[in-house]
Ligand binder design. Structure first.
Ligand SMILES: [Zn+2]
Length: 136
């Protein structure tokens, strides 16, 4: 009885080793790909699309050392947008809810700040090269 059990275990172990080996190879490969993705998206290849009423008015790069202030006017309304070192926020606005100002800083792809009353949307997108990579 005990002998059969030991044999059974040994067979199982051999099969397991093969399976684990295969899984490790797949896992390591997957992690490698993931790291590349992270590295390329963290290399400053991000841009912020600033749109008013659904039309993109301005596209600004988000990267270290880049600084810009944008006075966005839409009729009687205004939003003051500030870009510093790869992050963007709305510093000032005349909207009644001030939700956009309170949204704070964003700096990661797909994040966005919306100012509904002024119809302003700031959206962070990966640069075109990265989008191509993901599509492939
Ligand atoms: Zn607002």
């Amino acid at each position: 009885m005990s002998k059969a059990k030991v044999n059974g275990l040994k067979i199982l172990t051999k099969a397991d080793i093969c399976l684990i080996g295969l899984l490790v190879v797949i896992a390591v490969g997957g992690i490698g790909l993931g790291m590349n993705r992270l590295a390329s998206s963290g290399s400053g290849a991000l841009t912020a699309q600033i749109s008013v009423g659904g039309t993109i008015k301005q596209t600004v790069p988000l990267r270290e050392g880049y600084r810009q202030e944008i006075q966005l006017k839409n009729g009687d309304h205004y939003n003051v947008i500030e870009i510093v070192n790869g992050k963007i926020h709305i510093r000032q606005a005349d909207c009644p809810d001030q939700l956009c100002v309170r949204s704070g800083w964003i700096g990661i792809a797909t994040q966005q700040i919306v100012c509904l009353p002024n119809r302003v949307v700031i959206k962070i997108v990966a640069a075109e090269n990265d989008l191509d990579d993901i599509a492939r």
